[in-house]
Design a protein around this ligand. Structure first.
Ligand SMILES: Cc1cc2nc3c(=O)[nH]c(=O)nc-3n(C[C@H](O)[C@H](O)[C@H](O)COP(=O)(O)OP(=O)(O)OC[C@H]3O[C@@H](n4cnc5c(N)ncnc54)[C@H](O)[C@@H]3O)c2cc1C
Length: 379
């Protein structure tokens, strides 16, 4: 019997668990490690099994900028106490018709971001931007984080407290005699209160489903030589017209031994998927069209870069109706922190902290109104 159970040990769940555990609450966090072979696994899968996620303060909304800035200021503490590094300040070039809005959001949250020209970007980084959108450069701490390492760091810090970690999936969540009973192939536990932070797979555990759109995405890694001058990169209206937007993380070492640049984006034509299709999606190779268009973009933007090998992989982005994560109570004693909207890796520590505050005596603790994060249910 626990005071609080957190289901989902991804970026948000592990952060929430750490904040609760380190504030002295006795919690249990339940969530499996990444499957050893995703092609043979039936899930649950996560949206963070990767070596790089962009981090920046210049967000799409003032809320995203705030969440990022508050998280980034705690990166060094998490890394030093866990002895697990996960952040690199490679800087970020962004090119978007609304780049000025991103700058305003970022500057308000404390970021240092400047307008730059295409010539400046070419000279400093070798990237050839040919569309006419405004371009901005965000210096350190912008760059990237290693999301796998961040989950390991948060989990390690939870394990250093009196709290418990169950590295398995939950298959049921039921309210029995005023307590939540959480079950799985490993047995069951009960808890007075529960936080569900299960990312793309969460909705099914809840009696009343949340309004979430799960979007299939394909990422491509291009094996290239290390290039310390190359920053993280975001571009709206990239060279291949099939894509709405692309981003990349500069060349880093992947577990297969390759140093590779990872590029991803979103196709203009893409539809949400349901749970059964999601499992098949994670077991497969992703979309050939998306991979092809991402490769085209990379070759147009850095034509001089010699790519030794290409690989591609499926992933899923979980979007909410509000455009911000859902953080809040959905039933008596049952809260959620779900819906990263493709942008929550960098900000997961603050999202987890706010979710954890729901369970404190004083309740919601953020200067942002909880209304902006209110969970929305499916019709
Ligand atoms: C291709 C791609 C690129 C992205 N790029 C960026 C980026 O550059 N910058 C950025 O900030 N964000 C980025 N994101 C978004 C970011 O990765 C997500 O927002 C983030 O992972 C969301 O965290 P989460 O904890 O909600 O979900 P996850 O990290 O997916 O964690 C959810 C966890 O819950 C577990 N789980 C699910 N069901 C159960 C169950 N029944 N029982 C127990 N555990 C369960 C899963 O195994 C998983 O570990 C990207 C996402 C994708 C897919």
């Amino acid at each position: 019997m626990f005071d609080i159970a957190i289901i989902g040990r991804g970026l948000i769940g592990s952060a929430a668990a750490r904040h609760m555990a380190e504030s002295g609450q006795r919690v249990v966090v339940i969530g499996p490690d990444e499957p050893t072979d995703r092609r043979l696994s039936s899930g649950p899968f996560s949206s963070h099994p990767d070596e790089g996620r962009i981090t920046r303060i210049a967000g799409r909304t003032a809320v995203w900028s705030h969440l990022a800035a508050r998280s980034i200021e705690r990166y060094a503490d998490i890394a030093s106490r866990s002895c697990i590094d996960f952040h690199a300040s490679s800087g970020l070039v962004s090119c978007s018709p609304i780049a000025d809005e991103w700058v305003a959001n970022g500057v308000e949250a404390g970021g240092v971001i400047n307008r730059v020209s295409a010539e400046w970007v070419l000279e400093k980084t070798g990237i050839e931007i040919t569309n006419s959108h405004p371009i901005v450069y965000e210096g350190p701490p912008a760059g990237y984080i290693n999301p796998r390492s961040l989950v390991r760091a948060q989990t390690k810090l939870v394990e250093q407290t009196q709290s418990n970690v169950i590295k398995k999936a939950a298959t049921s969540l039921e309210l029995k005699l005023g307590k939540y009973v959480i079950g799985g192939a490993w047995g069951s536990i009960s808890a007075a209160r529960v936080l569900v932070a299960t990312g793309a797979f969460g909705r099914e555990l809840l009696e009343t489903p949340l309004s979430l759109q799960r979007m299939c995405r394909t990422t491509v890694t291009a094996e290239v030589l290390p290039d310390p001058a190359l920053p993280s990169f975001i571009m709206v209206d990239p060279p291949d017209a099939r894509l709405e937007e692309i981003y990349w993380v500069p060349p880093i070492l992947y577990p297969d031994g390759r140093v590779a640049l990872k590029i991803g984006g979103n196709l203009i034509e893409s539809n949400p998927v349901e749970q059964d299709d999601l499992i098949e999606w994670f077991q497969g190779n992703g979309s050939a069209t998306e991979a092809d268009s991402l490769k085209n973009c990379l070759q147009e933007l850095i034509p001089q870069k010699k790519v030794v090998s290409w690989k591609q992989k499926p992933c899923v982005v979980t979007n909410t109706l509000s455009g911000h994560p859902y953080i809040g109570w959905v039933d008596k004693g049952l809260a959620v922190a779900i819906g990263g909207c493709g942008a929550a890796a960098k900000s997961s520590d603050e999202i987890g902290r706010i979710a954890a505050s729901l369970f404190s005596e004083s309740g919601w603790d953020s200067i942002i109104s909880e209304k902006l994060f209110a969970p929305i249910f499916q019709n």
